[in-house]
Design a protein around this ligand. Structure first.
Ligand SMILES: Nc1ncnc2c1ncn2[C@@H]1O[C@H](COP(=O)(O)OP(=O)(O)OP(=O)(O)O)[C@@H](O)[C@H]1O
Ligand SMILES: [Mg+2]
Length: 250
C-alpha cells in the first residue's frame, strides 16, 4: 500500500474477534481511520464500545483478527511480537488506562526505563527534566504506592514522553482525576505535543479534553460511527470543527 507520507497511522477494515465459551465475540468491526502526523485526535464512546481494544491494536500491542494497520508505513498486522516491539520502541508512547507503573521502581526509575532500554546515556537527566515539567521534582524518589492517583498519572505521562515518540496513545489520561488535575494533565499533553510535534491519539470520556483535540471520532459497539471522519481526505475541513460530530444514526 502506498501511503501519503503525512499519514502517520492508517487502518483498513480492521476487525477484532475473540472466542468466548465457543462463541465468537466481535470487539471491533470495519475500522477505517487515518491520522495525520502532528494531529490530535480523540476517540470517544461509551464504556465497552471498543476504545481500549482499538488503541492496543493501533499501538502495536495487540494484533487485529482481520484488516490492516500501518504505523509510520510499517504494516503492524504483518509483524511478529519482536518486530512490533521494535516499532513501538522507535515511534510509540503509551499511557495506559491503569497507568501500569512498575511498583518496585521509583518515579524517576519508571520514567528512565524506556530511555535506558533504548541505551540512551542521558536517561537520568531527561527523566529529571520531564519530572520537573510535570511538577514532580520533589517526588522523584517516591515509589508508585507513595504517590497520589494524579501524581502517578503524571509519572506515566513523563515516561511516555521520554523517548520523544512520534505518536502518543493515551487511554483515559484524565480518568478519575479532579477537574483541576485533569486540566493540568491536558495542558501537559498539549504542551508536550507542541514542543515535540507528537501526534496524540486520546481515548477519553472527558468532553473538555475531547474538544481540545483537532478531531473526534466516536465508537459504538466496536464500530466508528461518525462516518464523516472515516475518510481522512474528506475530513480535513472538519479538523478545526470544535463540535462533537453526532452519529448519523443517533
Ligand atoms: N480479551 C477479551 N475477551 C473477551 N471480551 C473482551 C476482551 N477484551 C475486551 N473485551 C470486551 O470487548 C468490549 C470492548 O472492551 P474495551 O476495553 O475495548 O472497551 P472500552 O471502550 O475501552 O471501555 P471503557 O470505556 O470501559 O474503558 C467490552 O465489552 C469487553 O468486555
Ligand atoms: Mg477502555
Amino acid at each position: 500500500m502506498n501511503l501519503n507520507s503525512e499519514i502517520i497511522l492508517k487502518t483498513q477494515l480492521l476487525a477484532k474477534h475473540v472466542m468466548l465459551e465457543d462463541k465468537q465475540l466481535t470487539l471491533l468491526q470495519d475500522i477505517n481511520l487515518a491520522v495525520s502526523t502532528g494531529e490530535t485526535i480523540a476517540i470517544v464512546g461509551s464504556s465497552g464500545s471498543g476504545k481500549t481494544t482499538l488503541l492496543s491494536i493501533l499501538a502495536g500491542l495487540d494484533l487485529p483478527s482481520y484488516g490492516e494497520v500501518y504505523l509510520k508505513n510499517k504494516p503492524l498486522h504483518q509483524l511478529n511480537e519482536e518486530q512490533r516491539s521494535q516499532v513501538r520502541a522507535d515511534h510509540v508512547g503509551f499511557i495506559f488506562q491503569q497507568f501500569l507503573l512498575i511498583s518496585s521502581l521509583t518515579a524517576l526509575e519508571n520514567v528512565m526505563l524506556p530511555a535506558e532500554l533504548a541505551n540512551d546515556d542521558n536517561a537520568k537527566q531527561q527523566a529529571l527534566d520531564l519530572l520537573a515539567q510535570v511538577g514532580l521534582s520533589e517526588r522523584a524518589n517516591h515509589f508508585p504506592a507513595q504517590l497520589s492517583g494524579g501524581e502517578q498519572q503524571r509519572v506515566a505521562i513523563a515516561r511516555a514522553f521520554i523517548t520523544k515518540p512520534d505518536i502518543l496513545f493515551a487511554d483515559e489520561p484524565t480518568g478519575n482525576l479532579d477537574k483541576y488535575t485533569s486540566t493540568h494533565i491536558a495542558d501537559l499533553l498539549f504542551d508536550l505535543n507542541k514542543q515535540f510535534g507528537t501526534t496524540l491519539v486520546l481515548v477519553t470520556h472527558d468532553l473538555i479534553l475531547a474538544q481540545r483535540c483537532q478531531r473526534r471520532v466516536e465508537m459504538q459497539g466496536g464500530r466508528l460511527i461518525n462516518k464523516q471522519h472515516l475518510d481522512h481526505t474528506k475530513s480535513e475541513q472538519l479538523n478545526t470543527d470544535t463540535k462533537i460530530i453526532q452519529a448519523e444514526n443517533v
